[in-house]
Design a protein around this ligand. Sequence first.
Ligand SMILES: Cc1cc2nc3c(=O)[nH]c(=O)nc-3n(C[C@H](O)[C@H](O)[C@H](O)COP(=O)(O)OP(=O)(O)OC[C@H]3O[C@@H](n4cnc5c(N)ncnc54)[C@H](O)[C@@H]3O)c2cc1C
Length: 804
Amino acid sequence: MKSHAQAVVIGGGVVGCSILYHLTKLGWTDVVMLERDELTSGSTWHAAANIHGLHDSTNISRLQHYTMGLYKELEQETGQGCGVFQPGSLYLAQTEEREHQLRLQEAKARYYGMNFHEISRDEAERLHPLVNYDGIRCIMFELDGGNVDPSGVTMAYAAGARANGAEIYRFTPVTATIQQSDGTWLVETPKGNIRTEWLVNAAGLWGREVATMAGIELPLIPTEHQYFVTESIPELEALDRRLPSVADRDGEYYLRQEVQGLLVGAYEKDMKFWAEDGTPQGFGHELFPDDLERIEVNMMRAIERVPALERAGIKRVINGPMIWSPDSAALFGPVPELSNYFCCNGIIPGFSQSGGLGLLSAQWIIEGEPKLDMFAWDLARYGAWAGKDFTRERVRDQYAHRFKIHFPNEEREAGRPLRTRPVYELQKSLGAVFGLNFGWEHPLWYAGSPQQAEETVGFTRQNWFDPVGAECRRLRQHAGIIDISNFAKYSVKGAGAEDWLNTLFANRMPQSAGRSCLTPLIGKRGGIAGDFTVTRLTEDEFLVIGSGMAERYHQRYFNAVPLPAGTTFRSMTEAMCGFNVAGPKSRELLQRLTNANLSTPAFPFMRSQRIELAGVEVVALRVSFTGDLGWELHCATEDQLTLYQALLQAGKDFDTGPVGSRALMSLRVEKGYGSWGREYSPEYWPQEVGLDRLIKMDKGDFLNRSAYEALAGNKPRERLVLIDVQAGNADATGGEPIFQPDGTPVGRVSSGSYGYTVEKSLALGYVKDVSAGQEVSVAILGRPHKAIVLAEPPFDPKGERLRQ
Ligand SMILES: Cc1cc2nc3c(=O)[nH]c(=O)nc-3n(C[C@H](O)[C@H](O)[C@H](O)COP(=O)(O)OP(=O)(O)OC[C@H]3O[C@@H](n4cnc5c(N)ncnc54)[C@H](O)[C@@H]3O)c2cc1C
């Protein structure tokens, strides 16, 4: 066995083999796979191995599409059959909401050049005569949907990797992984040890156990999952072609042809966990006893849809384990707290995603960053807060509603509340409806009372539309108090603090105490890895504020710049809370609570002061994401309740009150402000989003400066614009494609909201070759909606309100 490799991949399932293959494709040939048993001996060997391209998340669709196209290429390249059948997939909508979802996916497919389109019932009956289409409102056809042979695909990846130089050691369990002082890893096996620069955990069902060897916990839990295959069905025997698969998502089952019979798999409500406290080491090519009773309801729905099933005998039942993350998406990427340790775990649709996961893993490991924004899969979206109870409850919900529509803005209740701040009970008593934000309960909007604090979900405007409008108007006319405790906060102190921040961020750090600046953080490929507000509190103390969701994600970038001796960096996110008090009366309101002079000459825009408010010491920053006059007030967490009560009390005289984050979303869209994760991501260049003006090339080196320099002169590929949409009862929410009036695709929406104070339905989006004043069409609910590209934000375009 080799004693050294550039990368060691642990686990020879379909995902590990794809990663190994793609590492070699991108040029790393000194790579090794260690597999405990035979290849495929986790979830892989018994999968139904259906493949689909479309997903609600656009980037995941792109990766699934790549995967579906890869299998035939892989066969050609390696000579190993992948058992690819692509007779197409039929998607059925039984409800109006499902129809909206499918129509939106169809519009996205048009934008990305994927083949997914509506067909008539007649056409569907010709394609799949065994389906009863009664009660189906809309039918879509995905031309290249189908299934593959799970072992064939895995062996093909392995053969491709081997042909490119990779070595695969089967029956070689990894027993320990030990980080060395130079950052490399020592991997121990009974057959000898290997030193490696990069370690990849692709151990599937054993992902948790392998992670524990490196001292980390992954929020994963396995469940049982069943499908059955019928005996031959005469109607199928009589056909000389293969039938398309059927995605009847409202029925919570999947169905496709298998030889001359049918295969039906189900996600039942009465789901069953397996090996909650650890996957047995000796578990191999094993299955669980059949338990068809558990999936009876789903089976009945399948029989109703395909009556031929009722007459068919069951030939084989597969009840096997699969392992889930709390949101059923991958736990993907380098672990921020370790160096050179990469995870690719918790993969549910491994056969739809293996190619994309392998490609992005290789890009991330070899090139330092994937080419697509993968925050939806990034393991950094969870922290230590995602413990076993939370994971169990979320997975129970995910499994039982596997095919349920994830509506825009939908917040699921399972596993909550988990982390609350001191004002939680008070906010609850005010009728707050909460969302989950990096584990914290965070107020989204305020219903009239706690009894009414429940929201409906859907693609169209919901019950929160009017209350959020009232919050926006209240803030714009008077003032509003927004809880911004979910922002990430960091304290950087010491003689080297300024230098360190200047070497990390692209803008020049404030030169004197009391000043703040906005700054981008540049990614490995020159895109935007983050946007921050940095405030110089004293000569050698800075407060850095960024996205709370991205705290663990940003840690990777912070780690990349060594701290000078004597300088400290500390997350203050838990230790500090905050409120944004904004609106034309915010100054008067705050002045009631402090003797500090809040007039513009004494406290101008973009300045900060440590002041006392209602007896609480706060760092006050004169900024507001609402685009209105306002202050951010950051205090110690133990003072949060006192400050909130004082603000609410003083606010009564100014007709103000609490405002939630949905209103903030609308207010910032009215101003055309971008937000990290939506408008700003590593995929976009600073000049495409207007952040290039904050990059100071004359200040010396900063993180990934050369990557930015290489593209700084490039013409923007697309531009961020604000669009006024003629919407009906639904607004854009993000992801909707944008077309020219003649149907030519020109871009996509990044954020959307109704602008209550400007009375327009608005969307921020990226477009190509479209200028202000031009008419475009936004595919809200997948249907064309006329829209105009705006030359400037409809609310306070000159920014006078902020500075007043
Ligand atoms: C019944 C069923 C039906 C399914 N149907 C579909 C479907 O239709 N479409 C689809 O896309 N997906 C389907 N899946 C899911 C699919 O099987 C998984 O997404 C996929 O197999 C995950 O692959 P993996 O490589 O991540 O993990 P695994 O297949 O679990 O592989 C992990 C590997 O790591 C090895 N390993 C573990 N620990 C160590 C160690 N210490 N040292 C060395 N090696 C180790 C294991 O032996 C194993 O071979 C189905 C799953 C089930 C259970």
